[in-house]
Design a protein around this ligand. Structure first.
Ligand code: ATP
Ligand code: MG
Length: 238
């Protein structure tokens, strides 16, 4: 921000994500993955260029509209978890539902179910500081699913997990994608995990280095190729 430290992080990055698609973004540390995720999640606006989220021009949308879209359509799993430190796991997961206006009983019940799903049923009353990195990560994943979002954006969601728990989370994502049609954008350092997704986008120094379709039989394929041929602006649809 501002001179002399002002940097351009992403350069001419252009791609589309289709509803129901499971896309992975890979790239070295510092290549701009988290920056890109903040743009996709409408937490930041691009300095130049355009971005459409489910048909909405993010550049023109008001902050209030964007907050509502984020709350109802997007589940975020941040690289640094971003849990509220003064409140326990259960209330962290309840929070997005509180903002969405869900009654207390329903909130509590759903939060408990989600925490059990990520095998955190035994630690619901603990504060984030009393949890390990992997446990915090699982609470963050439960919170991301709270409002049943159409889009899940996950930044290294398995980075702090052991192999077994990492697979539990990946299987959960596959299930959400295949059975509930959720659109998922997954940032990962693991080529092995990326290979399990529908499409892998590799970025390096803020540029898309390559894009590889890993599952060619998905229903949105034709539309994706058409958009690519048009060379339009970047879109994400959920
Ligand atoms: N708030 C900020 N202000 C200025 N520069 C920033 C800021 N956040 C990140 N950067 C810079 O932007 C570049 C991209 O950072 P980003 O966090 O997007 O990388 P990343 O690909 O997510 O890396 P990692 O794999 O380590 O998480 C880096 O060079 C970083 O120094
Ligand atoms: Mg990052």
């Amino acid at each position: 921000m501002g001179q002399p430290n002002e940097l351009e992080i992403l350069h001419h990055v252009s791609f589309d994500v289709m509803p129901g698609e499971f896309v992975s973004i890979v790239g070295p540390s510092g290549s701009g993955k988290s920056t890109l995720m903040n743009l996709i999640g409408a937490l930041d606006r691009p300095t130049e260029g355009s971005y459409f989220l489910d048909g909405i021009d993010v550049e023109r949308a008001s902050d209030t509209d964007l907050s509502m879209i984020r709350n109802q359509k997007i589940g975020f799993v941040f690289q640094t978890y971003n849990l509220i430190s003064k409140t326990n796991a259960l209330r962290n997961v309840e929070l997005p539902m509180l903002y969405a206006g869900l009654p207390k009983g329903e909130r509590r019940q759903r939060a408990e179910e989600l925490l059990k799903l990520v095998e955190m049923g035994e630690r619901m009353k603990h504060l984030p500081e009393e949890l390990s990195g992997g446990q915090k990560q699982r609470v963050a994943i439960a919170r991301a699913m709270a409002n049943d979002p159409a889009i899940i954006l996950a930044d290294e969601p398995t980075g702090a997990l052991d192999t077994k728990t990492g697979h539990l989370v990946m299987n959960l994502f596959h299930q959400l994608n295949e059975e509930q049609g959720k659109t998922i954008v997954l940032i990962t350092h693991s080529p092995e995990l990326a290979r399990e997704t529908d499409r892998m986008i590799s970025i390096r120094d803020g540029n898309i280095e390559s894009e590889e379709i890993l599952k060619a039989d998905r229903p949105y394929e034709k539309e994706l190729l058409r958009l690519r041929a048009e060379g339009g602006a970047s879109h994400v649809a959920g």
